[in-house]
Design a binder for this molecule. Structure first.
Ligand SMILES: [Mg+2]
Length: 207
């Protein structure tokens, strides 16, 4: 039996991202340099609190302003913080093929509302999923078991009916322990072939 649902991670799977871009864009209106801003954005507890739903967007912005002296507008802050992504074309194409052949897909991401607003408006792939489990809404981040339970309740599937693609070994391991089929994403061509092998009945229609 092929899987019923393919569960995709977003960052470094479907979209590349680089917090350095946000740090460099925020720096001219800040008192601290880009290297410091980058640390505040993605190597401090702030982002984790935002993405686990413990801190809202306004609170996050306030704390970043305090840590960096950023004095630009709220619109500029949101735009620069969100504008860190770029598409991974091979993976977007793989997702589109799955959808074309009637395979259900779910997006499963540790993320935040600022990023999602930006991604939804800029990258059509976001809206093409059948469902979304987003950490800041679920109140739990991968690899916390509660996040995986949210995927199972949303889809009504468990164990090997779920095929899960993620680039982080600890996230994949948590899925594997629940009996999900898993693919640790490293290179698009390898992931594409591994996903296709799970759907032998579709082997003639992939190209
Ligand atoms: Mg990722």
């Amino acid at each position: 039996m092929p899987p019923e649902v393919v569960v995709f991670d977003l960052g470094k799977v479907l979209l590349e991202f680089d917090y350095g871009l946000a740090a460099r864009a925020l720096a001219p209106a800040s008192l601290r340099d880009a290297a410091h801003i980058r640390q505040v954005l993605d190597q401090s507890p702030l982002l984790h609190r935002l993405e686990s739903g413990q801190l809202d967007e306004e609170g996050f912005e306030q704390e970043v302003r305090q840590e960096t002296g950023y004095s630009g507008t709220r619109d500029d802050f949101r735009r620069h913080f969100g504008d860190i992504f770029s598409e991974v074309p091979e993976m977007i194409a793989l997702h589109a093929q799955l959808k074309r052949h009637g395979v259900r897909t779910v997006l499963f991401s540790n993320t935040n509302g600022l990023a999602v607003d930006h991604i939804r408006s800029r990258y059509p792939v976001f809206s093409e999923f059948d469902g979304w489990v987003l950490s800041y809404q679920a109140g739990a981040m991968k690899p916390d078991a509660r996040a995986y339970q949210a995927v199972e309740s949303l889809t009504g599937c468990a164990g090997p009916s779920l095929l899960y693609v993620d680039d982080r070994p600890e996230n994949i391991e948590a899925g594997r322990r629940r009996g999900w089929r898993t693919i640790l994403h490293q290179a698009p061509a390898v992931t594409r072939d591994a996903v296709r092998r799970q759907f032998p009945a579709l082997s003639s229609v992939w190209e």
